[in-house]
Design a protein around this ligand. Sequence first.
Ligand code: HEM
Length: 395
Amino acid sequence: MDTSVAHPISAIDPFSHAFLEDPYPHHESLREAGPVVWLEHYGIWAMARHHEVRDALTDWQTYCSGAGVGLSDFRKEPPWRPPSIILEADPPLHTRTRAVLTRIMSPAAINALRATFEREAEALVCRLVARREFDGVADLAEAFPLKVFPDAVGISEQGRENLLPYGSNSFGPRNDLFDKAMANAGPVRDWIMSKCSRAALAPDGLGMQIFEAVDAGELTEAEAGMLVRSFLSAGIDTTVYGIGNALYCLARYPEQWTILRENPSLIRLAFEEVLRFEAPVQTFFRTTTKDVDVAGVKLGEGEKVLLFLAAANRDPRRWERADTFDVRRRATGHMTFGTGIHGCVGQAVARLESEALFGALAKRVAKFEMTGEPTRRLNNTLRGLDTLPLRVVTV
Ligand code: HEM
């Protein structure tokens, strides 16, 4: 006897401009529709509640990444680039590659970056504060990660702007945003791959440490290049959007910036709250490896499941005053870095960047004022701004 319960169906297109402009009302309707919802537009499942998103992310045996973490199923259509051997891989391959990156990103390794990140943050913030007015995105949210992260990996300065548009739109459907990103993908991909070889990397950076794992017999030379590529595609635009979103929140809610300035020890917590409230990474997909029952609804094998990290972050079942930005909140447990075996391997770098930057700002900026309307940069997976015109009132 079939005991499965009827599943809710939604006509929402989560990759339409209207959805991406303002996803929050749609998140709410998906959460309230049920623990798992059928999105008829794409013929996929969606989960928007914290409990189900977290459970799916931690159950890699049932919800795999090897068929791609975007809409496209790699087992049915060829991926646009060779799949990542970490993000788009399952154990045992994932276990081997992840072990190398986890080691390279050890707490001691991250600590070794701190002094340089803080020095660069001080220098950049001093220059911008002296100008009084600047664009929070181009001049700060892009400029800082584009300087410190490729420096840490060991990439040469020239051509770094190629790192900005890479990759993330490709997790969505083949819509206009995907086409726009792909229009220039060939040269960008070639530039990136040319920077990922042993010969191109600085001898003392994180990239070269990945190649040292080849010498230790843990990876092949080609795999090491692929992992450097994964670092570069996952480690730039995510932090650009994260820092941009943080500036936007602190300019929008000046009383929250005042709280931070008065208690700089809250800076770390405040960045977690930004990630919860305005998640720079909104969604990732999984593919079911077998039939599975979710709260009485039967999902078949080989089905795509869209996990709304950002909707889980505002699930009132998990968070009090979920739609309120509060830098004093304990926001740990948000889904913006994912969780489980694929949980973001670079999260300590992202945190270090934000701590260095907002620490430097807190010493000098009493208030951020928006001098014009910020504009959005729509993206199938990421949420963030294109421009954020700011004036700073100094301390
Ligand atoms: C605010 C900034 C960032 C956010 C929001 C973010 C978010 C995420 C998320 C949600 C995942 C999990 C994907 C999944 O489960 O399928 C992930 C994985 C990953 N992230 Fe990040 N990330 C950030 C910064 C970084 C940085 C700075 C690096 C590099 C140093 C990085 C490297 C990676 C890599 C290599 C993976 C794949 C891990 C795996 O599959 O085991 N990320 N990130």
